[in-house]
Design a protein around this ligand. Sequence first.
Ligand code: NAP
Ligand code: 8YV
Length: 318
Amino acid sequence: MKPGLLLIGGATDRMMARFNAEFTVHPLKDIDDLAGFLAEHGPEITAVATNGHDGVKPQIMEGLPNLKVISCYGVGYDAVDTATCAERGIIVSHTPGVLNDDVANTALLLILAAARNLVFNDQYVRQGRWVKDGNTPLTRSPEGKVFGILGLGRIGERIAEKLAQFNGKVVYHSRNKKNNVAYEYYDDLTKMARDCDYLIVITPGGAATNKLVNREVIEALGPSGTLINVARGTVVDETEMVAALQDGRLGWAGLDVFEDEPKVPEALFSLDNVTLLPHVASATVETRQAMGDLVCDNLSAFLKDGSVLTSVPETAHL
Ligand code: NAP
Ligand code: 8YV
């Protein structure tokens, strides 16, 4: 008999084919009575496939007494309680590395969109205003500017490399200084924000980074600054950011992520100085295929010898 897999969230046909080959798959979306399902089938489930947004809710964790592995479709795993997993001996895997380029490209896309007022200009043409009202105001060049990266990890480093095309200066803040890079390090985020034209947020989410970009940091970035967030909505104090964008204490923002997705503060909809994306930084056919393959490879490896290819650090010892 094949082991049981609970599928939380979506999966591509390619992933489903591999899940079905090795597991008896129970998609959460098809389960009407979760408590009843967990009581009847919970003990049969040894694996969960989920994503960075849905994670695994406490009710589900508690209802799966024989859970051994959680394979996460995404590099961020803040929605999975890894402390409980480590205690229970459950290995958690994620998809590091394979999405670096597309997430970094999205950061550059948002930088350019903010600098050149892309959305405003596009709407201006579509609404027939070019003919009626003439040329639009000048925009700003990203060339030669100072780019501060908050979180110089796998993706942050890739963003830094790609930013070289703008012939500016890259600086960074994280908890630890890196010895293998030449970029200037700031141990103080507010100081870095003060010195930057662009602040690019690419840390993990979770308690340790909650509202790291607070009012003080936002005001240090200031009216000529641009905030780019491709990390998690929770890393930025959203209420403070919206207020600062409204009254001009913060110049511009390019946002892929929000505190309460898919809900986005409506106040942002009417602002010309923001560019909004629906959490799509890794959402290309190519990268999502690579992520999906790694989700399946991790589960296959686990079935083979009880290990995974890319464990999160918190369960790497298991
Ligand atoms: P990573 O390699 O682990 O890098 C994370 C970086 O953040 C490290 O440099 C780390 O350095 C820094 N950091 C962690 N906690 C910090 C704190 N409290 N204060 C300051 N810096 C901190 O992770 P990654 O692969 O680059 O991914 C980063 C995150 O991007 C993911 O966790 C996910 O949330 C997000 N992401 C979003 C999308 C999207 O679709 N928008 C796609 C992929 C990833 P120190 O440990 O030295 O502090
Ligand atoms: C995914 C992400 O969109 O990898 C991450 O951390 O945020 C994105 O790549 C997310 O995991 C949902 O699948």
